[in-house]
Design a protein around this ligand. Structure first.
Ligand code: MN
Length: 250
């Protein structure tokens, strides 16, 4: 099995090496990651300038660094390595729960794989500074990867979050909560206005969701779909406002 490893924290993240080491238990591994941090870039792609793909030793692994986004890395990685079976992204330095999935570059790399018809798995945990610290996640990370990389698991996109010293694994839903999206104004050292865009959840945690599982100190595994169409609304709108006979098309 050929497993491509990407992330959004960049080639120097210990989480990247930890994930490559976990993946090596299941097959051949190649790392393709951004040359600098690309967190919160979401699904952005670079379309206005060329991209470079430079060989870089990443810990024990052969890798490449790309001057682009996580999605660029996956596209170039798949282009330059035939028959990739799965793309693993992470391990991100920080959880990607609920609404974070909209902004996360880590999840976007996995999504990019799914868009190419290849299995994409995003993994995130609390930030660790040293590679050795990821050992505490290894037993359950391997258990999760065993299940998700299996041929019987046909879904293409998964979001995995690993708490420190987890006491179990749960299948979860994405927690979709409204957040305050508050913009906090400050001043830079020259007295010029600068702003922080903060996103703090404002609703309580629902059981069965990714955020709930992490609160219970369990690994959260969420299968995701690429199609975000609101089917209930679509049906209702077609019925209520049959523009150009769209109701008959339904
Ligand atoms: Mn990140």
């Amino acid at each position: 099995m050929r497993i491509l490893i990407a992330n959004d924290d960049g080639v120097f993240s210990p989480g990247l090496q930890a994930l490559a080491a976990f993946a090596a238990e299941f097959g051949e591994v190649r790392v393709v990651a951004p040359d600098v941090e690309q967190s919160s870039m979401g699904q952005a792609i670079t379309s206005s300038r060329p991209l470079s793909y430079r060989p870089t030793r990443i810990g024990k692994f052969d890798g490449y660094r790309v001057n682009g986004t996580p999605s660029d890395c996956v596209a170039l990685g798949i282009h330059n390595w035939e028959k990739v079976d799965a793309v693993l992204s992470g391990i991100n330095q920080g959880y990607n729960l609920g609404n974070a999935t909209w902004h996360s570059g880590t999840l976007a790399a996995a999504k990019q794989a799914a868009l190419f018809g290849i299995k994409g798995i995003s993994m995130s945990s609390m930030p660790f500074e040293k590679l050795e610290e990821y050992e505490s996640l290894k037993p359950m990370a391997l258990q999760v990867l065993q299940a998700l990389l299996s041929k019987e698991t046909t879904s293409l996109l998964f979001n995995v979050n690993l708490p420190v010293s987890p006491r179990g694994i749960s299948w979860t839903r994405q927690s979709v909560r409204h957040y305050d999206g508050k913009v906090v104004p400050m001043k830079d050292p020259y007295g010029r206005p600068v702003y922080w865009f903060t996103a703090v959840p404002i609703e309580s945690v629902e059981p069965g969701t990714d955020r709930f599982a992490i609160g219970e100190n369990r690994v959260s595994v969420t299968p995701l779909s690429i199609d975000i169409t609101d089917d209930r609304c679509l049906a209702e709108c077609q019925r209520r406002y049959p523009f150009n006979g769209s109701a008959s098309e339904a």
